[in-house]
Design a protein around this ligand. Structure first.
Ligand code: ARG
Length: 456
């Protein structure tokens, strides 16, 4: 059955159906479609646009359809054109003529715009909860590693001492911004397009505010052409998810590196790693590689929608049916990525010893060593020169500033004493970077507390 068997006969070639039908993917919005229709029917009844009895029958019928789909006793007919067609046809089949009144003062153009907005608002809530859980996992692991010193890098070269907790909380900040962006996107998503009709509104005395209220929308669209053709909120969500995936991908890249024998900073749990079919020694970080790879997919989804929308004349065009697969793919990918990274992180074993060794071998405390000499009265430029020679001496002998015996220190300068080891201790160096936002354990603890507060 075609909803549009009017001027066009509705008796179509199967190849038309193959390109035209969207039920293969838009059936995912059955709940939003039905809930939106219930609100519309109630409003039609309240406004006297259709008889109250019919409105009541429609509402009851739609509730029955929703319950039966969820119970698995009503199967969605995948030969229908789209989910809107299926719901309306099933309703009429079940309640008779009253069902034919549901589509009064509505077009599928404003109906589908409503359905996507409702669907995305629900998905934003779900993704936000997942993102929050990942941030919680970052905080949990960070709390255990406030004192775990590791090298911080610039240019991927060992630069200055930080802690694992500090590194983890950097990603927590990125995810907090992602969560903010999702909340902001939701505001523009919850604008009711229903009442825009096909493009030019309707002659019926609709109460659009009443529909908005029932569906938890914050407001109504103020131009019917824009109402049916606006997909900004969808592009925005894809952009927000792209940025979030960029963060997850950067995190993943570092974990991939850290799993290598060159780093050995972390060992992933066996239940979150894979092996090789030929190399028995292999344990691979497939999860983080895939998250890194899937990020490209989400960027592609964003580009797909922007390109579909580019140069579309007002108002609705069938091109816009192409929005859903990109959206669903990006949502599923973000969902999967967040869902797997959180438990992977919680079960990973980090190696403080390896991190400390990397930190020590990087001479990242050389500045602190020079500062020690300054405190003993040596001018900084002289101290800088001495420590430069000391570092070269250590490199030539394959040792570190921490391991060098005091007697050898004193060959370079007599200001060196036993207390030099305390001064260049990496934890001391980190501890002195105790400003808000810094890597000192106290400062990071404050960041963890502030982050947890933001999650609430
Ligand atoms: N399946 C369509 C979509 O996803 C519904 C709107 C159809 N409107 C129309 N005028 N054919 O966009």
């Amino acid at each position: 059955m075609k909803l549009w068997a009017g001027r066009a006969g509705g008796d179509v070639d199967e190849r038309l159906s193959a390109i035209n039908n969207s039920i293969g993917f838009d059936s995912r919005m059955y709940k939003q479609d039905i809930t939106g229709s219930i609100a519309h029917a109630r409003m039609l009844g309240k406004q006297g646009i259709i008889p109250m009895d019919d409105a009541a029958a429609i509402v009851a019928g739609l509730k029955g359809i929703l319950a039966d789909i969820e119970a698995g006793t009503l199967e969605i007919d995948m030969t229908c054109e789209d989910i809107h067609t299926f719901v309306e046809a099933t309703l009429t089949e079940r309640i008779g003529d009253a069902g034919k009144r549901l589509h009064t003062a509505r077009s599928r153009n404003d109906q589908v715009a409503l359905d996507i907005r409702m669907f995305l608002a629900d998905e934003i809530d779900r993704l936000t909860a997942l993102a929050k859980d990942f941030v919680a996992a970052l905080c949990e692991v960070a709390e255990k590693h406030l004192q775990t010193v590791m090298p911080g890098y610039t240019h991927l070269q060992r630069a200055q001492p930080i802690t694992l907790a500090h590194w983890l909380m950097a990603y927590a900040q990125m995810l907090l911004r992602d969560i903010d962006r999702l909340a902001d996107c939701k505001k523009r998503t919850l604008v009711l397009p229903l009442g825009s009709g096909a493009l030019a509104g309707t002659t019926y005395p609709l109460d659009r505010e009443y529909v908005a209220e029932q569906l938890g929308f914050a407001g109504i669209s103020l131009n019917s052409l824009d109402g049916v053709s606006d997909r900004d909120f969808a592009a925005e969500l894809l952009a927000d998810l792209s940025i979030m995936m960029m963060h997850l991908s950067r995190f993943s890249e570092e974990i991939c590196l850290w799993c290598s024998w060159e780093f050995r900073f972390v060992t992933l749990s066996d239940s979150f790693s894979t092996g090789s079919s030929i190399m028995p020694q292999k344990k691979n970080p497939d999860i983080t590689e895939l998250v890194r790879g899937k990020t490209g997919r989400v960027y592609g989804d964003l580009m797909a929608l922007l390109t579909v929308m580019k140069a579309l004349p007002l108002a609705y065009n069938k091109d816009m049916q192409e929005d859903k697969e990109a959206l669903f793919d990006a949502i599923d990918t973000a969902d999967l990525s967040l869902s797997v990274l959180a438990p992977m992180l919680r079960t990973a074993v980090f190696h403080p010893e390896a991190m400390k060794q990397a930190a020590a071998a990087g001479f990242i405390n050389a500045t602190d060593c020079a500062d020690y000499m300054v405190r003993k009265g040596v001018p900084f430029r002289d101290a800088y020169g001495v420590v430069g020679r000391l570092v070269k001496y250590c490199i030539d002998r394959g040792t570190t500033l921490e391991a060098l015996p005091l007697a050898e220190y004193r060959q370079f300068s007599l200001v060196f004493d036993e207390d030099v080891y305390e001064a260049i201790d990496l934890l001391t160096c980190v501890g002195q970077r105790n400003i808000p936002g810094g890597p000192a354990p106290e400062a990071v603890k404050q960041t963890i507390d502030a982050t947890r507060e933001r999650l609430e």
